[in-house]
Design a protein around this ligand. Structure first.
Ligand code: NAP
Length: 269
């Protein structure tokens, strides 16, 4: 039986074993997919050990995505642009890194929710690891404008400087967000995890604005409740992104593209 794993700290909350086992069932195979808890000091040795034991693929989650990136011999274009890896494969001992977060977000927005991103004005709140992964795929989808607003301005500026050749991207502090509406507002902060809404002006929402929270929960997140209270056209949490990024990882490892639709009710009863 082929072996896979997800590594992070903490890791016990991860839904990846359930998701990937369901994908394997769709393919008609059985896999062994485990959660692995690591400390920063033993991350590399733990991954090498798993690989020596015959692991086929490894998902990387917080706080190891940047460390994994630094140790890969080969990177796909999304991992390169993000400076972070969430999907590892192995080639005769060498680590091969991919980043599927952005593709996952795009598939959820376009395929599951039905948005067209072409020529859209997009505001991302937050400039952490998740934002790094979604910038390039959003640009490739043909958006007209992207503003990255962050609590600490320097982090947003540093991220925007990585895309200096793209004229449509800018950075600003939360307090300096323009009081005008966007087509799509993405909450890529971890504020929802502590039931908070980032301090952003309600004017970014109009009746045609879609609001997307990368965080997910069984009930509406604080950001979704905020978007609804300001009459956004629609809103979603990031469960679809989670499923779609996992489907892309599975495709990288197995060459089989799973269907995600059947998994939504399983993960959000
Ligand atoms: P991260 O690297 O730790 O970055 C956190 C970001 O949130 C930073 O920009 C930080 O601003 C900002 N922030 C935190 N609390 C805030 C507050 N109260 N007000 C305003 N800004 C605040 O985290 P990450 O890896 O990017 O993850 C961000 C979110 O995306 C998390 O909720 C995570 O669960 C979610 N995520 C979802 C998926 C999915 O598949 N759905 C995948 C990846 C991540 P400063 O820089 O100023 O500290």
């Amino acid at each position: 039986m082929q072996r896979f794993a997800v590594i992070g700290n903490p890791i016990e909350h991860s839904k990846s074993p359930q998701i990937h086992s369901a994908f394997a069932a769709q393919e008609g195979i059985e896999i062994h997919y485990q959660r692995v808890l690591a400390e920063p000091d033993d991350f590399i040795s733990t991954v090498n050990q798993l690989q020596e034991q015959g692991l086929i693929g490894l998902n990387i989650t917080l706080p190891f995505k940047v460390l994994a990136h630094a140790n890969c011999l080969q990177l796909n274009e999304y991992a390169q642009a993000a400076g972070a890896v969430n999907t590892l494969s192995f080639n005769q001992g060498d680590w091969q890194g991919a980043n599927t977060d952005g593709i996952g977000l795009l598939r959820d927005l376009e395929k599951n929710i039905g948005l067209s991103l072409s020529d859209q004005r997009v505001l991302i709140i937050g400039a952490g690891g998740a934002t790094r992964g979604i910038v390039l795929p959003l640009i490739e989808a043909g958006i007209a404008e992207l503003c990255i607003a962050n609590r600490s301005l320097s982090r947003a500026e540093e991220l925007v400087s990585l895309f200096a050749d793209r004229s449509q991207i800018s950075a600003c502090a939360l307090a300096d967000i323009k009081h005008e509406s966007y087509d799509l507002v993405i909450n890529a902060t971890s504020a929802s995890l502590s039931n908070q809404v980032p301090a952003i002006p309600a004017a970014v929402i109009s009746s045609t604005t879609f609001c997307y929270d990368l965080a997910y929960a069984n009930d509406d997140t604080a950001f979704m409740l905020w978007a609804k209270s300001h009459k956004a056209q629609g809103c979603s949490d990031g469960l679809g992104m989670l499923l779609e990024q996992a489907a892309e990882s599975y495709f990288i490892w197995r060459g089989f593209r799973p269907e995600t639709a059947a998994l939504f009710p399983l993960l959000r009863p």
